[in-house]
Design a protein around this ligand. Sequence first.
Ligand code: NAX
Length: 334
Amino acid sequence: MSNVVRVAVTGAAGQVAYTLLPRLASGEVFGPNTKVILQLLEVPRSVFPKAMEGLEGVAMELEDCAFPTLQEIIVTDDENTAFNGVNYALLVGAAPRGPGMERKDLLMKNAQIFQKQGSALAAKAATGVRILVVGNPCNTNCLIAYRNGKDIPQNQWGAMTRLDHNRAVGALAKKAGVANEEVTNVTIWGNHSNTQYPDFTNAKIKGKPATEVITDRTWLETVYVPQCQERGKAIINKRGLSSAFSAANGALDHVKSLLKPTPAGDWTSAAVISNGEYGVPKGLVFGYPVRSDGQGNLSIVPGLSLDTFGKSKFDATLKELLEEQDAVKDLLPS
Ligand code: NAX
């Protein structure tokens, strides 16, 4: 065993991290010949005593798994320690919406967290670090972290739309009565929020346009799209808690995609920093169809077209992201 990979996970005492961490440690993502060092960040005891307490319990459970691939667990409330030398940073922790909190307050509260984490990543992470922001509002949190951590090249940052992508694939497969793997070329455009556009018009089922397999356009527009957009809320309504293992699974799928080339002819979804593709203003963190070269680099799939319905959804999610950007503009260094 010669390879060692350092992985930071923030919000490490939370429910997403609880299913993310054992899978990261187990060899599932980095393989049986790579040792994993987990660098786990939580809020200080002075802010919320139960968080570090909980994280220590999680670390004990990780020890008790005796994974051959887990080399070390670092538990900390300090960003600089958590991000020191890391090859991957999964930013899961975020401030939740408190009672009576306006959207703008939530954006600002998180902006402060991600401002600090962006700077710490730029100062401490390994040169080729790959960063995935999961904590919500993840697109704008990623924007803040990137703008405050600009020493890290822009193609090394991303925010998670992979859970939305997997939800969108699963719903088409269920409707068409096919296996999940027979659904390809799905895209989540825009924000990880209920304005996202799960694009069925470019999707394929068994290699054919999804709209030729599922011919009920009314269902696609009025049931499928809102169902994908509101899936997170539907799960909270049923479970009383937000998506956890499916979210962890999405984050792991994102990292696995970085490590493996995307199959020919297909793509996946991730929110990445725009260079103006599809008319999105440069610098915005926008959900796109992406392909991976298997070396940690995602590139945006060019040349897809959207019909009138798709364009209106695309414009709505773009508008929301521009509003989010505007709400935090004072914390965005040029
Ligand atoms: P939890 O509330 O269970 O855990 C969050 C943890 O983050 C807490 O333990 C908290 O103490 C910690 N935390 C807060 N601020 C921190 C900071 N500055 N540094 C380090 N840790 C910090 O939430 P959980 O269900 O685990 O969800 C985590 C985040 O993922 C939330 O923001 C949630 O909204 C977001 N999600 C994003 C998804 C996506 O697709 N992008 C889907 C799932 C999930 O809802």
